[in-house]
Design a binder for this molecule. Structure first.
Ligand code: F3S
Ligand code: F3S
Length: 113
């Protein structure tokens, strides 16, 4: 899977969303998240992010290693204010933005950008 990491937090440019052929880039409150089971590894999102937040999982810089789990947690954890995990919604557009974040992103102080 591809992974969205720290530079997206509090930026949320969303250029990546337009590129994804399977609509697997989901919007949280402070970051976007790639669904690890829905992503088909096409790589179209990676070059369009203006802050270089997107990496193939094997290419994640060491300092962003926690974002592999955090992108998955957005879908497998029960997020604050929700009754169930999101699971595999099968498309971000129809789901819309979620006003919550995965644990690592939620723990961050506001990011200066
Ligand atoms: Fe975030 Fe970059 Fe997409 S800032 S929303 S990963 S284009
Ligand atoms: Fe979509 Fe990027 Fe995966 S464009 S299919 S999230 S590599």
């Amino acid at each position: 899977t591809y992974v969205i990491s720290l530079p997206c937090v509090d930026v949320m440019d969303r250029a990546c969303v337009e590129e994804c052929p399977v609509d697997c880039i989901y919007e949280g409150g402070r970051s976007l998240y790639i669904h690890p089971d829905e992503c088909v590894d096409c790589g179209a999102c990676e070059p369009v992010c203006p802050v270089e937040a997107i990496f193939y999982e094997d290419d994640l810089p060491e300092e962003y290693a926690g974002y592999l789990t955090d992108n998955a947690d957005f879908f497998t954890e029960t997020l604050p204010g929700m009754d169930l995990p999101l699971g595999s919604p099968g498309g971000a557009a129809k789901l819309g933005a979620i006003a919550a974040d995965a644990p690592l992103v939620a723990s961050l102080p506001p990011q200066e950008n």
